[in-house]
Design a protein around this ligand. Structure first.
Ligand SMILES: *[C@@H]1O[C@H](CO)[C@@H](O)[C@H](O)[C@H]1NC(C)=O
Ligand SMILES: *[C@@H]1O[C@H](CO)[C@@H](O)[C@H](O)[C@H]1NC(C)=O
Length: 291
């Protein structure tokens, strides 16, 4: 009987100390449904809560008014696997903030106030599988190298932003990409769009609604058309349009070719001439020695 009571007692002590630590580590306004999850969604927070346990793996901060994340945030919370910052007021992500996240698998920055995704924003977050960046109404610039290094990224959401153009390299450099959402952006189908269009045609299976779900506006009159109404031929004249650099390269290479041709013929002519003189000379010698 006695050993049993002792055993029960120790269990109770263990349990209560566990609950006590959990309670202590959970930020005041948040919920902690399990030891690795901190849920502060919809708490009217205007900044990140203090006292988030350092070993948190799932951090839910959606539906608040958080305007910024400190640049050392992921250095501090290096066990984070799942970070939900959806529907906050983030307008800017300091360079390096997200580039140290070696474990992060899911990142939701949708419905914020981001304006630009510069090169290297996510560094080498090789574990990242799903990245949500949709519904940022002022997001108009995504660098060609914005997602460089995200070798595991399978799902990328960029829908309903303010993108009128996107360098195709931003998508084609993602080796694991399976799903990409691009609909609801004010795409302009001018020559800048030609390469992206070609990529979309080849990768339409990666768009949840195919190319049917995407529209762009015509550069001539701003009329919006579905991408299904366009073909490679729609962008044919883009290949004929040459930029000033192209022209300079062509002219310069033309000049170099002519210069090389002139020099070569001059060299050949003088060689032939020399050879003729030389062979005449040796003939003369031979004739002389015969005599
Ligand atoms: C976004 O967050 C605000 C503030 O918490 C909330 O009132 C609103 O309903 C949320 N919007 C969405 C679409 O969830
Ligand atoms: C979002 O950004 C726009 C323009 O950059 C600004 O006018 C607006 O006040 C911002 N909204 C919030 C909630 O920060």
């Amino acid at each position: 009987m006695l050993p049993c009571v002792c055993w029960l007692q120790s269990i109770l002590i263990l349990l209560s100390s566990f609950l006590w630590t959990l309670g202590e580590n959970c930020p005041a306004t948040c919920l902690c449904p399990d030891p690795h999850t901190v849920d502060c969604s919809g708490r009217g927070l205007t900044r990140l809560p203090d006292e988030i346990p350092l070993d948190v793996r799932r951090l839910l901060l959606a539906d608040n008014w958080i305007p910024r994340i400190p640049s050392d945030f992921l250095v501090l919370y290096s066990d984070l696997v799942y970070l939900d910052l959806r529907n906050n007021t983030l307008s800017h992500i300091e360079p390096g903030t997200l580039s140290t996240s070696s474990r992060l698998v899911f990142l939701d920055l949708g419905s914020n106030n981001l304006t630009e995704i510069p090169k290297g924003t996510f560094g080498e977050s090789r574990s990242l599988i799903k990245l949500r960046l949709g519904n940022n109404p002022y997001l108009s610039i995504v660098s060609e190298d914005a997602f460089l290094g995200l070798t595991s990224l399978r799902e990328l959401e960029l829908e309903r932003n303010a993108l009128s153009t996107l360098k195709v390299g931003a998508l084609s450099q993602l080796p694991s990409l399976r799903v990409v959402r691009l609909e609801g952006n004010p795409w302009v189908c001018n020559c800048n769009f030609a390469n992206l269009f070609a990529w979309l045609m080849e990768n339409s299976h990666k768009l949840p609604n195919g190319v049917e779900g995407m529209e762009c506006s015509l550069p001539m009159d701003g009329r919006r058309v579905s991408l299904t109404q366009l073909s490679k031929d729609s962008f044919r004249e883009c290949q004929a349009t040459l930029t000033l650099t192209d022209l300079l390269i062509i002219i310069f290479s033309g000049i170099s070719v002519s210069v090389v041709a002139i020099m070569t013929s001059f060299f050949l002519a003088s060689t032939v001439h020399c050879f003729q003189r030389w062979s005449k000379g040796t003939k003369g010698d031979e004739e002389e020695s015969e005599e």
